[in-house]
Design a protein around this ligand. Structure first.
Ligand SMILES: NC(=O)c1ccc[n+]([C@@H]2O[C@H](COP(=O)([O-])OP(=O)(O)OC[C@H]3O[C@@H](n4cnc5c(N)ncnc54)[C@H](O)[C@@H]3O)[C@@H](O)[C@H]2O)c1
Length: 270
């Protein structure tokens, strides 16, 4: 296999589950040096150990709450200390929520906006400071089809992901002259624990219970898109690989929908 990220250093947030974990595995297989960033020290260190056994010592875990600017700054600094540079930041961490216009509370607003919009805002700020001085890089933000269509997520979640999509364009224009590309990926329905309460809930269940939920989910999602299978974390990971690699070097300010045709189906209906 060709190593498309040879000599590149990447940070992936939310890398201990779902899309982030799949991206970490694929980036590692393509030669990247990686900061596995996330909340779960146990899962993060286990992933570092498994990747190190497979590919050698070019991985580290960094504990981070992505909703806190100081922690995002610390994550970027830890990457610099360990690897000396940063070529790619995948702002991936997130969680679902189910608010509506009339039920939304101030507490939900602060929590969801901090997690989904704050993480991307401050991730980009601190990655840019480092990438500027080393000649450029690629920032990838995980948005959602909920940014583009109704009924694909909670009220605040969808608004927050729309903000992620537009912040991506704004940042790509501002940072482009420094050779920093900023793009978003908008996944459709991808089979991950986000559908049964996220990785923290999944950790409270047995392996068998999680496997059962995953099998049922994949069966249901396979019926919900023109492409007759469920979306998989690897579908997003390979898109991120392309954007992180030199093959994506003329792509900037884009929000790439990866959804097996799900949003096109809604176009047909409207
Ligand atoms: N799965 C889908 O269908 C889908 C669709 C569109 C967008 N997305 C987006 O993809 C991203 C990844 O989601 P996933 O489906 O892999 O879900 P997941 O629950 O499997 O993974 C989410 C990860 O984010 C981490 N995380 C959550 N809050 C955090 C915090 N405050 N600090 C640090 N890490 C935190 C979790 O620990 C977990 O590792 C999210 O941004 C989500 O909104 C997912």
């Amino acid at each position: 296999m060709s190593c498309r990220l040879q000599d590149k250093v990447a940070i992936i947030t939310g890398a201990t589950s779902g899309i982030g974990e799949a991206t970490a595995r694929i980036f590692a297989a393509h030669g990247a040096q990686l900061v596995i960033a996330g909340r779960s020290k146990e899962r993060g260190e286990a992933l570092v150990e498994s990747l190190t056994e497979q590919y050698g010592a070019r991985f580290m875990f960094h504990a981070v709450d992505v909703g806190r600017e100081a922690e995002m700054a610390g994550m970027v600094d830890a990457c610099l200390t360990k690897f000396g540079r940063l070529d790619c930041l995948f702002n991936n961490a997130g969680a679902g929520e189910r608010s509506s216009v009339e039920s939304v509370t101030e507490e939900e607003f602060d929590r969801v906006m901090r997690l989904l919009v704050g993480s991307v805002t401050f991730g980009m700020k601190h990655a840019a400071r480092v990438m500027k001085s080393s000649g450029g890089g690629s920032i990838i933000n995980n948005a959602s089809i909920a940014a583009h269509r109704i009924n694909q997520g909670g009220y605040l979640y969808s608004g927050a992901k729309a903000a992620v999509s537009h912040l991506t364009r704004l940042a790509g224009v501002e940072l482009g002259p420094h050779n920093i590309r900023v793009n978003a990926i908008s996944p459709g329905a991808i089979a991950t624990p986000i559908f049964w309460g996220g990785s923290s809930r999944a950790e409270t269940l047995s392996d068998d219970e999680n496997a059962g939920k995953m099998a049922k989910l994949q069966g249901n999602l396979a019926k919900a898109t023109p492409t007759p299978r469920s979306g998989l974390p690897e579908d997003i990971a390979y898109t991120a690989l392309f954007l992180a690699s030199d093959e994506g070097s003329y792509i900037n300010c884009q929000d790439i929908i990866v959804d097996g045709g799900r949003t096109a189906m809604f176009n047909e209906r409207s």
